[in-house]
Design a protein around this ligand. Sequence first.
Ligand SMILES: *Cc1c(COP(=O)(O)O)cnc(C)c1O
Length: 235
Amino acid sequence: MHAKVNVVQNLQQVRKNIAAACRRVGRNPQEVGLVAVTKSVDPERMNQALAAGVDVFGESRVQELVSKQPEFPGVRWHFIGYLQRNKVKYLPGRVELVHSLNRWSLARELDRRAREHGQVFRVLVQVNITRERGRFGVMPGEVAEFIRETAGLQGLQVEGLMTMAPFVADPEQVRPLFREMRDLFTRLGREPGIRMWYLSMGMSNDYPVAVEEGANLVRVGTAIFGPRKCTLRGG
Ligand SMILES: *Cc1c(COP(=O)(O)O)cnc(C)c1O
């Protein structure tokens, strides 16, 4: 079972760390949105986070999202995990932003289900910034073309980029990857017809570095809610 976790204290610390990272690089902490990652977190701790001012939950499994949502009316939800095509049909009306658009077949399915429901999915393109095979995401050199192709999909609106850095002992090691993401984000944002509003990067292990490098959405789970019993990625 879980050791006692003080969600309120943890949140204060995370907010302090974000503010400190902003100060180091002359950013306004208001620019940085915090997505509290609630995968495998029980409702009690989620309620503690809400009471402490969290307003966006991030889930990475559709099943878990669907089963938890009725207990938390009025909360904003982001979908952040690997998304199977056959689960997309459950998402319309449930999520404000999908962080993990990582392949063309998923873009088509999101578009199809959005149009069926007369809605538009707001999405971020997940970038494989390490370019390693076996990691999810669109290759950096292919992102511009990928986004341009989504312009033909009425049910999708691309609003930025997301990445997951590899887990490393020293987060300084992933700083160059975050910097490369920021450069890509800036460059794409100058292209006509492309909107770049959100740069989603940084997790418990590395969010201060991500914020220093320009993230305006961080996805933090463990640092708020304590360690998970197991790692859940897909769904
Ligand atoms: C689990 C998860 C996170 C949060 O990870 P922590 O290390 O617990 O902060 C962020 N983003 C994605 C996509 C995740 O699956």
